[in-house]
Design a protein. Sequence first.
Length: 350
Amino acid sequence: MKFGVLLVVAASMLASLRAQGGLGDDKAMELARLEREKAQRVRDVENLVDRRMRLDLGLPAEEDPTAPVPQGPVTSEARDRMTLEWRDQDAATANLLERYNRAKAMVEQLRADAARTTEARGGEESFVVVPPAGTAPLRKPAVGAGVPDAAPSTVPVQNGDASAAALATGVYSALDKPRGLIQGSTDHLRVGMALFKAGQRLAEAAATARELNRVEEARDLDQRSAERLKLALEELQPLLKEKAPAYSVLFYQGRSLELLFRYSERYENLSLQASTRDYQQREQQVRDPFLRITARDVTKGGKAGEIEKLGSWGLAAQAAMDHFKWMNTNGNYKPKVDIASITWPGEKDQ
């Protein structure tokens, strides 16, 4: 009833406006507004009537938006066109399915071949040759050329030092099993870093061998470590010629020189007693890269910039210099009495 009254009022207002002649602009705009309001009220009434009929018939209150909307009677031409479209889509789906099945069969075949090859090869080493981008395919190497020796297998560690057990089986003779061969890399920093880490690992293995009184094996490991450290320094030379070398380049240079310094102390009679001048020059060579880092990696704070603070690389370089100095001062310390032979108060009572 409320909507009916509103419609009657709107209709009467429109009729009165039409009866008046010579409508002005304001009255024309008001008439247009009332026309729009009337149309909206009519739609609201129709919607309410439709909802009431759906409620009485037990139908859903709203139409299903996913239901297909009829577009009028389907002609024979439209039916033929839709049939052709369906056939095209079906053919495309069948083609994609066939290609997928072929690719799946190829993958399964490759996996089976790889499994058979691995099983037939057994425990032998397998290498992945990674050529650099933009180069020609690599030639097959000659028989026996450039193929590293297979690393001996390790034995399980039982209640002992892992390093000692590894040395007992000679596992350090080839370090870890090779995972790949990189041909022609132009990344000097990455290659230098790899050579430094290999030299550091060999130096640590040599220290473990000395603890086990295996002098000859320790000497061999130290020599191999020195070779890799020298190669690392050669690899870093192009980067060190830059005006401001990266902090990482300077740090690896300093660490490599430090390990070579220790090698010279042990095998080349480098000491203050033998030659003070050579010893101090080598010390300065080790400190120079770290000093260049601490001189550059500095941030200034405070109101007038009077407070200087080292960055992360500067702190690492400072720690490396402090460690190097401490080892030079205290590294040769040997206790007069073996600590294990000392009997501590109350030890026998336990």
